[in-house]
Ligand binder design. Structure first.
Ligand SMILES: Nc1ncnc2c1ncn2[C@@H]1O[C@H](COP(=O)(O)OP(=O)(O)O)[C@@H](O)[C@H]1O
Ligand SMILES: [Mg+2]
Length: 435
């Protein structure tokens, strides 16, 4: 409806009901695709009977926490495994049930859940633990900011003494904390007689090497049990998704959609978060395109968008020099022979790119180091190869993502946006062929 139509109503009530009609046309009462999109959000904790394939992990964690249900000290646990393997979910779920069980037997257990990617300093982490446990009417209060680290600890111990028998502290993505000091302080608190409260720690990490990298001092005061969460296989991912298909309206999901989402996520490394993201985004794309069913095409589209988003984030986080190197590899992949290249192949293209973009070029040795860097491993796959006795061992580099996507993403960065303005595509191809 246009403005002139609205103006033509002389009666205010008529105008109101016309607007209401327009609004409900724009925002229908019933979403055509989703019945309850909430079920697909990442933070959503599904009911226990919707948690798939984690029975033994749930059992093991419960075994470590069981003492808390009688008001005693639970064991400390480190949970590790790849992203999206249900570590956060299972920890929240089992601690929730621990609290419930403790309550029914007359004990009081509370859980503080800390996301260390948000609270990554010692002070922030301790402050957040205190604030989470700060209940209404308690005699000790923990302010948002303004205290020193040691004051925050003092408040925390006072609060625990005043209010709690047992607390469980979940430190999620614990490897993002600046150091192990929170783990140390919490695990030694009872022994050092800082507090009489029983403290159990669940430290979660996406890094499988996390435990190895922990200091000897920390592990000896933690005395932890380690639980490893393996990746899901395609069948488990399917079951996880099936349990949430009531997020969609009846009949909206076409055959094969769930299977495809699961297969795509299994190909990565069995990441349930990825599977749920793809399914949710496929639904969003179907809606945006005005379709009334979610099809395999929407799923592939969603996967592609996810890939581009992931890549954008990585590119945005990397330095201009790294971007120039990746762009050079992308251009080589498009115009050169094959898809694996040595740093010697990449370097002349890189120099050409730098020249065109007014960028100082680094030495070939620096470029070789850049190509080896960890950050690159998700963008570039580097493998050793023997080039025969005379030339020794060298490395070969290959783009993991689609070269067109990589190229377009980097060219959308301001530094590189003018690259093809002065040089034409074919001039570029010639320069690369010559290099
Ligand atoms: N076994 C499972 N059953 C149902 N949903 C799961 C399961 N494992 C993971 N999920 C869901 O997948 C997403 C990622 O899981 P999460 O626990 O955050 O993984 P992690 O902490 O290991 O990275 C969450 O939305 C979670 O609800
Ligand atoms: Mg997690």
């Amino acid at each position: 409806m246009d403005d002139s139509q609205i103006d033509s109503y002389d009666d205010a009530d008529d105008q109101k009901s016309a607007l209401a009609a327009a609004a409900s046309e724009l925002f229908p009462d019933e979403h055509p695709i989703f019945a309850d999109k909430q079920l697909l959000q990442i933070g959503h904790i599904p009911d226990g009977d919707r948690i798939v394939g984690r029975d033994s992990e749930i059992r093991s964690l419960a075994d470590q926490l069981v003492d808390a249900t009688d008001g005693n000290s639970p064991e400390n646990v480190i949970i590790y495994g790849k992203p999206g393997t249900g570590k956060s979910l299972v920890s929240k779920y089992v601690t929730q049930l621990t609290e419930v069980k403790a309550r029914t037997s007359g004990h009081d257990v509370a859980t503080a859940y800390i996301e260390c990617n948000e609270d990554n300093t010692e002070t922030q982490a301790v402050a957040t633990i205190g604030q989470t446990l700060n209940r209404e009417g308690s005699s000790v209060t923990v302010p948002d900011t303004g205290l020193s680290t040691s004051r925050y600890y003092k408040r925390l111990w006072d609060l625990l003494d005043a209010e709690y028998e047992t607390v469980i502290v979940i430190l999620d993505e614990v490897d993002l904390l600046e150091d192990d000091s929170v783990l140390m302080e919490l695990s030694r608190a009872e022994e050092a007689e800082k507090t009489t409260c029983n403290i159990g720690i669940i430290a979660i990490s996406n890094k499988t090497k996390f435990v190895e990298n922990l200091g000897q001092r920390t592990t000896s005061s933690l005395q932890e049990t380690e639980l490893f969460f393996p990746p899901y296989d395609a069948e488990q991912l399917q079951a996880i998704l099936r349990n949430r298909t009531d997020a969609f309206r009846e009949g909206v999901l076409s055959d094969g959609v769930v299977e495809l989402c699961a297969a795509l996520a299994a190909r990565e490394h069995g990441d349930a978060r990825k599977a749920l993201d793809i399914l949710r985004n496929a639904g969003k794309i179907a809606y945006e395109e005005g379709d009334d069913r979610v099809t395999e095409a929407h799923v592939r589209n969603a996967q592609e968008r996810a890939e581009i988003d992931r890549f954008r984030e990585m590119i945005a986080d990397s330095t201009v020099q790294s971007q120039a190197v990746i762009l050079s590899l992308a251009l080589l992949t498009q115009h050169g022979d094959g898809d694996v290249f040595t740093s010697g192949d990449i370097y002349p293209v890189y120099e050409f790119v730098c020249e065109q973009c007014d960028l100082d070029s680094l030495t070939e040795r620096r470029i070789r180091d850049l190509l080896k860097e960890q950050d690159f491993l998700d963008i570039i796959q580097s493998t050793k190869r023997s080039r025969g006795h005379a030339r020794g061992i060298g490395r070969e580099h290959r783009l993991i993502d689609d070269a067109t996507i990589v190229r377009e993403t980097i060219l959308s960065e301001p530094r590189f946006s003018d690259l093809f303005e002065s040089v034409s595509e074919s001039q570029f191809a010639t320069a690369i062929a010559r290099s």
